[in-house]
Ligand binder design. Structure first.
Ligand code: TPP
Ligand code: SF4
Length: 290
């Protein structure tokens, strides 16, 4: 039986992330999910953007493409469209996914293409010094909002749901077991899947917002999580009923669990059907008008 170590490039250690950062834990959960599913390294493609979490591919022994900032999903879409049999995973920070790459995110979800997006949402741009991003809560202090952020944040899960993703889940870096289980489910989804992991950035977001030590930030994730769905303590959320408060500041509750799971045809299924129709038309048959 394989373990996360089968997918970890130990030669690349030590990890570059700051002490107390959530990225190492997310990496371990992801590689553990690969092991649970027994993914073949040669059939797995990890695509990253740029940023602290975007460095994750340095430590992963599968195929990998280190993309450009905000374009991980564009690259991943190309890979999956051309080779639908591959498992394609896009690793993005909230800057990558929801800010510079926001348009690729909504269109990947709308297409329902079979890519799994693992978003480390640390509520700011970590790598470049803690600027605000598209998920920074109102009132938060960042290096570009030293007196409090004025804009509403995206709720990534609501965005993905509204755009058409089949599988949408949120967890935190603290909830290691739940994180791994959600990743396993997401990786098996034929359509677009999102696992948003709310993750601590003690170096910038935590320090600017006086959230205490790294361990206090981790404890806060534990305390603020409100689990829904299987294993949760509250009623399961139905599709269209995500009740996460998106703009209640940096210490707001975090709704976690499998938030959306539905079975609309994926991009690959629809595309294969169109290809078959086109092939029949090429052989002289009437095109199917449906
Ligand atoms: C097109 C482009 N714009 C800006 C940058 C500079 N840049 C590198 S990483 C980064 C922010 C990363 O933040 P995020 O995606 O949230 O990831 P994190 O570092 O927080 O994990 C920025 C703005 C870049 N590399 N490319
Ligand atoms: S700057 Fe923040 S996100 Fe980047 S490695 Fe350090 S703690 Fe992690």
């Amino acid at each position: 039986m394989s373990t996360y170590l089968d997918y970890l490039d130990e030669n690349a250690l030590p990890l570059m992330w700051c002490p107390g950062c959530g990225d190492g834990t997310i990496l371990k959960a992801l590689l553990g999910a690969f092991a649970t599913l027994g993914l073949k390294r040669e059939n797995t493609v990890v695509v990253t953007g740029i940023g602290c979490w975007g460095k994750a591919d340095d430590y992963i022994r599968t195929n990998a493409i280190h993309g450009t900032h905000g374009r991980a999903l564009a690259v991943a879409t190309g890979v999956k469209a051309f080779r639908p049999g591959l498992t394609v995973v896009a690793l993005m920070g909230d800057g990558d996914c929801a800010t510079i790459g926001g348009n690729h995110f909504i269109h990947a979800a709308r297409r329902n293409i079979g890519v799994t997006a693992i978003v480390a949402n640390n509520l700011n741009y970590g790598m470049t010094g803690g600027q605000f991003s598209g998920t920074t809560p109102v009132g938060s202090r960042t290096s570009t909002s030293p007196f409090g952020h004025t804009e509403n944040p995206f709720d990534l899960c609501r965005l993905a749901e509204a755009a058409g993703a089949n599988f949408v889940a949120r967890t935190t870096a603290y909830h290691f077991k739940q994180m791994g289980q959600l990743m396993v489910e997401a990786l098996q989804e034929p359509g677009f899947s999102l696992v948003e992991v709310v993750s601590p950035c003690p170096t910038y977001f935590g320090r600017f917002n006086k959230q205490g030590s790294a361990s206090e930030m981790w404890r806060s994730l534990k305390e603020r999580a409100r689990a829904v769905g299987p294993g949760g303590t509250e009623a399961p959320a139905e599709a269209g009923s995500l009740e996460a408060p998106p703009d209640d500041g940096p210490d707001a509750p975090i709704l976690t669990g499998r938030l959306v799971s539905r079975h609309k045809p994926s991009f690959a299924e629809r595309y294969a059907a169109v290809q078959a129709t086109a092939a029949r038309a090429g052989e002289g048959a009437e095109p199917d008008a449906r």
